[in-house]
Design a protein around this ligand. Structure first.
Ligand SMILES: Cc1cc2nc3c(=O)[nH]c(=O)nc-3n(C[C@H](O)[C@H](O)[C@H](O)COP(=O)(O)OP(=O)(O)OC[C@H]3O[C@@H](n4cnc5c(N)ncnc54)[C@H](O)[C@@H]3O)c2cc1C
Length: 397
């Protein structure tokens, strides 16, 4: 087993770090104009996206005309790690760049690529992902928001929920039911909907961890008229796109899960000596044991991530993605609880509200936030179903 990178990869890293040092947004720019939701693109982020796009560092694995440099997967891994280490977001609209733009490239028309996908890459537009509904989350195929074709336009009625960033997004990648007479997964289509179209109401859902800066929303559609040309791909082919969209999403998830966990471990280890000293001896031993468990989890997550990554590079499939998603999000949850218990009442010392900072904040606040990680992009239970069926080969329940 080789756990180092070869010279070519190291020189790629150096080139990126040199570029990053010269062009990165400053801390004061980022804190002075904070990101208010996952589709809010502050002025500094618009400039930053454009710079990365122009210099081929936005998605290194893509071709230059799409903001990349045809880099290989290992280079992309190194790039992502360095960006995370520098605490700089690649984008402030992760659903747009990570899921929606790639899906439009896969299925959209030339005009949709020009008017919707490319502007996301250049930091000019942001988008939200309209999949979940009150009666359709894990079971997405049950969605009931209707898009009725009426000549050269769709008329849309229904409701979405948990739509991240809908309160700031320019458009929505909307999954709708376009045929009610066939099996439920066969009658779904995707349309691109401008969020300022008459008939759309966005109602933010304040979260317990940061009620002042809501990111999740309910979105209501009442007779919303959308031109037929905004249909992405074939009519009633939305289910294939749902699989594709989620695959893009899961592709993003493992590395950010590992990096987040490692960062949490570093913070826990930094705070541990002072907190442990204050504990009675017997309790100290128990808490120390739990801290070591958290460290072991983070190492295991990285190894598991590398294993799945190596399989994907060899052209295979990697069911480890499902394992990784469940393991890293649940490990983060365990760690934040261990840390909260370790520091006692200081864990609720939340301080002033800072929008959308995953890494700072009081331990208890962060612990609450970890529940989002075990639900979004497929809940832990759904990941366990995937592991049971595709990894262990167990029969379907
Ligand atoms: C932070 C965050 C951001 C999100 N962003 C978006 C977004 O931008 N766009 C969007 O469309 N959605 C978004 N979602 C919604 C997310 O996709 C759903 O919450 C998720 O798919 C689960 O659906 P649900 O909430 O309806 O729960 P349900 O599907 O109703 O599940 C309820 C419970 O039952 C369990 N369960 C359900 N089915 C099974 C089964 N077959 N076997 C075993 N257990 C099962 C689930 O694991 C869960 O514990 C987001 C969610 C979160 C937390």
């Amino acid at each position: 087993m080789k756990l180092t990178f070869d010279e070519g990869v190291e020189s790629f890293r150096e080139e990126f770090l040199r570029w990053l040092a010269e062009h990165r947004p400053s801390e004061s720019e980022m804190t002075g104009d904070p990101v208010l939701s996952s589709a809010h693109v502050p002025t500094w982020a618009q400039r930053w996206s454009r710079r990365m796009f122009d210099d081929g560092w936005l998605v290194p694995g893509w071709p230059p005309e799409r903001g990349g440099r045809n880099a290989g997967p290992i280079e992309t891994l190194v790039y992502s790690e360095e960006l995370a280490r520098a605490h700089i977001p690649r984008t402030t609209n992760p659903q747009g760049l990570g899921i929606i733009a790639p899906s439009i490239f896969d299925y959209g028309t030339e005009a949709q690529v020009r008017d919707y996908a490319m502007p996301i890459l250049r930091g000019e537009r942001s988008a939200c992902l309209g999949m979940s509904e009150p009666g359709a989350g894990s079971d997405l195929a049950a969605l009931s928001t209707r898009a009725v074709l009426d000549g050269d336009r769709f008329v849309i009625n229904g409701q979405k929920v948990w739509t991240s960033g809908a309160n700031y997004a320019g458009f929505c990648f909307l999954f709708c039911r376009t045929d009610t007479t066939v099996a439920k997964h066969k009658g779904i289509s995707v349309v691109l909907v401008e969020m300022d179209t008459p008939g759309i109401t966005v109602r933010p859902l304040p979260e317990i961890v940061d009620p002042e800066h809501p990111d999740l929303n309910e979105v209501f559609f009442a007779d919303v008229v959308v031109p037929r040309e905004n249909l992405v791909g074939e009519l009633n082919n939305g289910w294939a796109m749902a699989g594709g969209s989620l695959a893009h999403e899961r592709g993003m998830v493992w590395l950010s899960g590992v990096l987040g966990l490692e960062e949490d471990v570093a913070r826990l280890l930094a705070e541990a000596p002072a907190s442990l000293e204050a504990l009675p001896t017997a309790e100290r031993a128990v808490v120390t044991d739990r801290i070591v468990g958290c460290y072991i989890d983070s190492v295991a997550a990285r190894c598991l991530g590398y294993r799945g990554f190596a399989k994907l590079m060899r052209g295979g499939t990697a069911p480890e993605q499902a394992l990784m998603k469940a393991f890293s999000s649940e490990s983060a949850q365990r760690l934040n609880l261990v840390a909260s218990e370790m520091v006692g009442d200081r864990s609720v010392d939340v301080g002033p509200s800072v929008p959308h900072t995953d890494r700072g904040g009081a331990w208890m606040q962060r612990y609450f936030h970890t529940f989002a990680g075990t639900i979004s992009a497929g809940s832990s239970e759904i990941q366990r179903n995937i592991i049971a069926e595709r990894v262990l080969g167990l029969p379907r329940a």
